[in-house]
Ligand binder design. Sequence first.
Ligand code: HEM
Length: 538
Amino acid sequence: GAPETVTPTGARTGVPKIAKGQQGAYLTTANGTRLRDTDHSLKAGPRGPILLQDHHFREKITHFDHERIPERVVHARGTGAHGVFTGYGTADRLTTAGFLAKGKETEVFVRFSTVLGSRGSADTVRDTRGFATKFYTDEGTFDLVGNNMPVFFIQDAIKFPDIIHAAKPHPDREIPQAQSAHDTFWDFVSLHTEAQHHTIWNMSDRGIPRSYRTMEGFGVHTFRLVNAAGETVLVKFHWKPKLGVHSLTWEEAQLLNGIDPDFHRRDLYDAIEAGAFPEWELGIQVFPDTPEETFAGIDLLDPTKIVPEELAEVQPVGRLVLNRTPRNFFAETEQVAFHLGHLPPGIDVTNDPLLQGRLFSYLDTQLTRLAGPNFTQIPINRPHAAVNDMLRDGFHQQAVHAGVAPYRPNSLDGGNPFPAGPDDHPFVDVPVTVAEAPKVRASPASFDDHFSQARLFWLSMSPVEREHIVRAYTFELGKCYHQAIKERQLRALANIDPVLCEQVATGLGLPAPQPSEPLAEVAPSPALSQVGRQWPAD
Ligand code: HEM
């Protein structure tokens, strides 16, 4: 690509240069002074103590002592790859986003992850998987920070610490890594029944993917697209893997956790190195942007709800190919920082209260994880678009900004920083009635339906998928120490489906409770079944 250039104001354009780790023919200190010996510390005689004046010793050990950065508070274990996204042009009428234009190629970096395990945990655990994509578009970076499941445990971001505290290892003994054997997890999801839909996805085969290459991805939230005329639609993003969706059986997953805890990481790396480049199609479900923000009676702001594909088909808008493995895990996979607010013109957020909270959380955590406010200057996080911001100084500042400290308007620095706009992104006045709205800590009534879509999922499964779901609930709940938690979760299952409840109850040796509310009338969605669905050939 084009060489990177830095403008006089410190703005960067072109493809970022990857910093060369080593240069020159000889070993040096960090300051480039040639070293004669790095194998022996400087001592007072061959049997004497190490001298404080051995700066090379102290530099080498000090740097080593600071090699680790905090792991992510969630999604700590991950693996990444570079690739190319090619737009189909099929979304042109809906959005000005240039990277979706026909034939337009955009570099991307994708990080796949588990949610709950620590950095060194095993790959084939039962868990949700992260599917985060950084598109280095000409119009600024777009991060699509999704999961392999289309719904989430909670409807409001203020509950995120609660669900994660309930699901992460216990503070006293730091076990377990994933959801198995977890009284606190089942306590939370049985008390907080909006989590039941996500939980049945976890208990299904989707909770143990065969490979990152065979996972779907979902943006989960509803987003808003804006076209050149300023018209808007609401959309949900879907990644469809070319290889289809495939899972491991529980027995395979258990064996692999022992035999090869790096199974998914190895699989992705080996496939790309062998030239078997994984591919996904990006698609959107499109809904009219009405004041109600619902479609077919489904609240589009509720992240515990899907819109079945039979009601709104997934329309392909582009193709992703992963074709390059990272050169350095730390520099790329560990230091990459995604953010939902990284949106190019033509893609906007909605008022989904989970999405709104995420807009705060990621930057906040990254300020600690990546030590200060300048981590967009780390090569993997650098936009490929020109940067001309008014941000200055701070820890780890790499840019050498010229001119006066930025303020606008100014008459001293040739008008730098360059004026904002002209804004070719039509400003959309989304009707948010904040001014008249009462200040409340409350959710809309539509958020109270916690069981209908878990039931929809269960009814859409093939017999073998249902058998796996029953076995997963039975195994996981069987690890709970507290009988009251098992019984409460069985009451939740009764509201999803009496057959499911009955079979799990039998496995646990407990009586099956009756539903506490009428079962929802829902039509199965064959697209949710891995066994039932047909994947298009190339
Ligand atoms: C990290 C997805 C909800 C806080 C991540 C990552 C993914 C993800 C894929 C890993 C990014 C990477 O690979 O570096 C999702 C999805 C959600 C969701 C799909 C719901 C739809 C939330 C909520 C919060 C949150 C509600 C907090 C209010 C975080 C934090 C990280 C993270 C703090 C670590 C980021 C970092 O250290 O760079 N999430 N998440 N997430 N998520 Fe979420």
